[in-house]
Design a protein around this ligand. Structure first.
Ligand code: DX5
Ligand code: ZN
Length: 221
């Protein structure tokens, strides 16, 4: 297996059969479960919380769970998600009053921590916390919905963050989220991403394995 991680977003899964669908996508070759938490406040949509994360663990899902918090405030949910079985917790810096404290809280609870940048969020939020991060997530759509189109300006931002990560010498994942599909994944990887969230591109197809295999073939090019 390559160093690339494919993280299907369960936002586009069959929510009435979530356990089965997540199992199916992992058996099809996915690496990580991307878990989108929306609060109808920070973003204009409402999804699921720690109880659903715990339910996936109880169902028997053992793959890493990557919790993408699109909520404000952030901190109160962190202990709950850690207890519910999250491995990675990412949050939007605009949604936290004390970014360094929130990162610390995630790590204290034994999870990997990440900052998420919306398409128009400047990278200066990285300035004093970069060495504490395990993941940097660049949104390639405005958060809130699956099935939107990749915003091309993200490519340049990915290149900038890739340069920062390489200069830091740290082992930081560069995750990208929004509008990723087999047709653009190679270009996005070339710009520096190494972890790819894909919701509609995978779950809206009947054969998950075919899509994931196609993505890996593109990544191997
Ligand atoms: C959007 C979410 C994404 C979403 C991606 O706010 O953070 O994870 O599910 O969906 P696609 O891959 O369909 O753009
Ligand atoms: Zn997401």
């Amino acid at each position: 297996k390559s160093n690339y991680l494919i993280a299907p977003s369960i936002l586009s899964a069959d929510l009435a059969r979530l356990g089965e669908d997540v199992e199916k996508v992992l058996n099809a070759g996915a690496d990580v479960v991307h878990f989108d938490v929306m609060d109808n406040h920070y973003v204009p949509n409402l999804t699921f919380g720690p109880m659903v994360c715990k339910a996936l663990r109880d169902y028997g899902i053992t793959a890493p769970i990557d919790v993408h918090l699109m909520v404000k405030p952030v901190d109160s949910l962190i202990p709950d998600f850690a207890k519910a079985g999250a491995n990675i917790i990412t949050f939007h810096p605009e949604a936290s009053e004390h970014i360094d404290r929130t990162i610390g809280l995630i790590k204290e609870h034994g999870c990997q921590a990440g900052l998420v940048f919306n398409p128009a969020t400047p990278l200066h939020y990285l300035d004093y916390v970069m060495d504490k991060l395990d993941v940097i997530l660049l949104m390639s759509v405005n958060p809130g919905f699956g099935g939107q189109s990749f915003i091309p300006q993200t490519l340049d931002k990915l290149r900038q963050v890739r340069a920062l990560i390489d200069a830091s010498g740290k082992d930081i994942r560069l995750e990208v989220d929004g509008g990723i599909k087999a047709e653009n994944i190679a270009e996005v990887a070339k710009a520096g991403a190494d972890m790819f969230v894909a919701g509609s591109a995978i779950f809206n197809q009947p054969d998950y394995e075919a899509v994931i295999t196609q993505m890996r073939e593109e990544l191997a090019k």
